[in-house]
Ligand binder design. Structure first.
Ligand SMILES: Cc1ncc(COP(=O)(O)O)c(C=O)c1O
Length: 429
């Protein structure tokens, strides 16, 4: 197969058609950048996805994270069917909301109160508003390279060395309420953070940007500094919540924030987000003083899916998380060895069930190293994988799920070997 192979003819034809009426041919820009062509998902089951050309892929994009149980877990599908049978009841109060809040409070260490929205971006937006309402302050400290969704209030400093907005059309005034620091740089936080700040927000384990664990002491000291100054500590656990462990990164790291933002994996594939935190910090929301608006917030279908997903994860956590983590470590190790054997320079980071590959650099211990990767080569490499039946996110990020089995991993290793051989051939011509 090659990049202009007939295997992607249907995908190319679809793209041409879609571009005529649908902006960039997709509903979220990164999806349109898949090479050799954005595949058109026809159906999916477990760890596998089939496109409209009839190709079958082992899927590591996992819906950009949510599909912790794979594409068709019975606990989610049955919950959704059950909700549909009972009528959509959109924007009604329904018993599932409190049930979900109870489940989240049982599983997330910081959660005493919850509020639900429809996406991670909305949840981040609401969390910052809660922090401002509960402190009466405005400024927020954000770390470069951490991603917290696409809203103007936070969509900036997306990579090390760039403190600007992350896309065209953003309100630059909104960014004046943000102060940027390098992730992990506790010295600068110590010098910068004052009692004038409302919040510090961060990905405590930085999956975006390259899959990084924090250096020992970083998160602990952030906790101490924020507590001493009355600054709200917000963990963005939109990726890590229910993915790295049942209690998210805060459970893995043993540090409890004031607020956590959750989304993605909690819904098992349906759109949902949440702001969860201590009684004290959530008071403006709990009392109704802070308006929490949104027609689709807590809709029964998404809430039912989240109840089904979290209930299942809670019942099987002791099996699921160690198993996915071990598969991920094994696959990451194979990728490193295969790259070396083929003479291809490729860094591989792994945190739990997230694996990041980056071409053109041998190692990426920090976000600054990750910024030096050859992004075009990484994207090209993901095309070689796609041709060999393996789908990963175009920037080289892979999510393993509970649906991946040893046979999938073995097949994936063969695909990586072939893709590295192809990269080596291209580099040498
Ligand atoms: C850490 C983090 N926070 C927030 C978001 C935004 O979530 P959503 O895409 O559901 O709006 C994302 C999305 O990738 C994310 O990775």
């Amino acid at each position: 197969m090659s990049f202009d192979s007939p295997s992607f003819a249907g995908a190319r034809a679809y793209r041409e058609r879609a571009l005529k009426t649908l902006c960039f041919g997709v509903s979220s820009t990164p999806r349109g950048r898949q090479v050799p062509a954005p595949i058109v998902a026809d159906r999916a089951r477990g760890a596998h996805i089939w496109d409209s050309d009839g190709n079958r892929y082992i899927d590591y994009s996992a819906g950009y994270g949510p599909l912790i149980l794979g594409h068709s877990p019975a606990c989610v599908i049955n919950a959704v069917k059950d909700e549909l049978d009972r009528g959509l009841r959109t924007a009604s109060v329904h018993a599932g909301e409190a049930q979900l809040a109870e489940l989240v409070c049982d599983t997330m260490p910081c959660a005493e109160k919850c509020a639900f929205v429809s996406s991670g971006s909305e949840a981040v937006h609401l969390a910052m508003r809660v922090a401002r309402a509960s402190t009466g302050r405005t400024q927020i400290l954000k770390f470069r390279g951490n991603y917290h969704g696409w809203f103007d209030s936070i969509h900036a400093a997306g990579s090390v060395g760039n403190d600007g907005p992350s896309t065209l059309g953003q309100d630059l005034n909104a960014l004046k309420s943000l102060t940027f620091v390098d992730w992990g740089d506790i010295e600068t936080v110590r010098r910068t953070l004052t009692g004038d700040f409302a919040a510090v927000i961060l990905e405590p384990i930085a999956v975006n940007g390259g899959c990084f664990m924090p250096a020992p002491g970083f998160i602990e000291e952030l906790r101490e500094l924020t507590r001493a100054l009355g600054v709200v500590l917000i963990f963005d656990e939109v990726i890590t919540g229910y993915r790295l462990s049942l209690g998210g990164a805060q459970q893995v790291l043993g540090v409890t924030p004031d607020i956590a933002v959750i989304g993605k994996a909690m819904g098992g594939g349906l759109p949902i987000g949440g702001v969860v935190g201590s009684d004290a910090v959530m008071e403006p929301l709990s009392s109704g003083r802070l308006l929490h608006r949104g027609t689709f917030n807590g809709n029964p279908v998404s809430v039912g899916a989240a109840v089904g997903c979290i209930t299942y994860l809670a019942q099987h956590a002791d099996d699921i998380y160690p198993r996915i983590d071990a598969m991920s470590a094994d696959l990451a190790q194979h990728i490193r060895q295969s790259a070396a054997a083929h003479g291809v320079t490729c860094a591989v980071n792994q945190t739990g069930s997230a694996v990041q590959i980056a071409m053109g650099i041998a190692e990426m211990p920090t976000l600054a190293d990750a910024a030096k990767a050859d992004f075009n080569a990484t994207r090209q490499f993901t095309g070689h994988l796609l041709e060999r039946g393996v789908q990963v996110i175009g920037r080289g990020l892979m999510y393993l799920t509970a649906a991946h089995e040893p046979g999938d991993i073995a097949e994936t290793k063969v695909a990586f070997d072939g893709a590295f051989a192809a990269m080596a051939r291209e580099t040498n011509v």
